[in-house]
Design a protein around this ligand. Structure first.
Ligand code: SAH
Ligand code: MG
Length: 203
């Protein structure tokens, strides 16, 4: 499904104006390529913001695919609803408002693709909560995993970032050593990790 380029431009302008951290241009290209190649039918996005990455995914997914997307901030949810409505893809996108940690525990679907892009300190918690809800061909994409370069550098991060950096390292370690996933790290944008399910039994 092709969406108007003007809609994405409008969203980029909005994000710049109101300081909404949407995915980088290169990150978006990688996301689109991954969705196009893996043809997921059931998609979960954690961290909708204003729906920019949601609509990038919607544009490249199969026509009969569906997205569940979660956002904590009610104002962003409103804005996302506005843009999603304009896209005409609203019947394929279910937008849930609230804390992803809580919502994930109550989801009963099986997902072919998950895009993690909410609270940076919670990625490992999100992954552990969705691990049992992934199909054997699932792909998990995580944005901002290098967090301003601190995650793979020896530089001491400012105090306020220390926990996030430590936890992102734990996330990367976990998915890299996971027997059922193969993980590739891309040094583009703020860092993107893509974990592919190896297709073996997940227990
Ligand atoms: N995926 C978007 C950008 C998301 S920015 C894009 O690339 O277009 C990260 C978003 O996660 C923010 O809007 C923030 O409000 C949301 N967020 C932060 N903590 C969250 C939580 N605990 N549960 C759900 N959403 C959360
Ligand atoms: Mg991001």
């Amino acid at each position: 499904m092709k969406l108007p380029i003007t809609l994405f431009e409008e969203m980029q302008d909005y994000a710049a104006k109101y300081h909404v951290p949407i995915i980088s241009m290169e990150g978006a290209e990688l996301l689109v390529r991954t969705v196009t190649n893996s043809k997921p039918l059931s998609i979960l996005e954690i961290g909708t913001a204003i729906g920019y990455s949601t609509l990038k995914i919607a544009e490249s997914m199969p026509d009969d695919a569906k997205i569940v997307t979660i956002e904590l901030d009610p104002e962003r949810v409103e804005t996302a609803r506005f843009f999603i409505k304009q896209s005409g893809a609203e019947d394929r996108i279910q937008l849930l408002t609230g804390d992803a940690g809580g919502i994930l525990s109550n989801l009963n679907e099986i997902f072919d693709l998950v895009f993690i892009d909410a609270a940076k300190g919670q990625y490992l918690d999100y992954f552990k909560k969705i691990e049992t809800k992934l199909s054997y061909r699932a792909v998990v994409i995580a944005d901002n995993v290098l967090f301003r370069g601190y995650v793979d550098s020896d530089a001491v991060p400012p105090r306020r970032y220390r926990t996030i950096v430590k936890r992102l390292r734990e996330y990367l370690q976990y998915v890299s050593n996971h027997p059922h996933f193969e993980t590739n790290l891309f040094r583009i944008g703020d860092g993107v990790a893509i974990s592919y399910h190896r297709g073996t039994q997940c227990e």
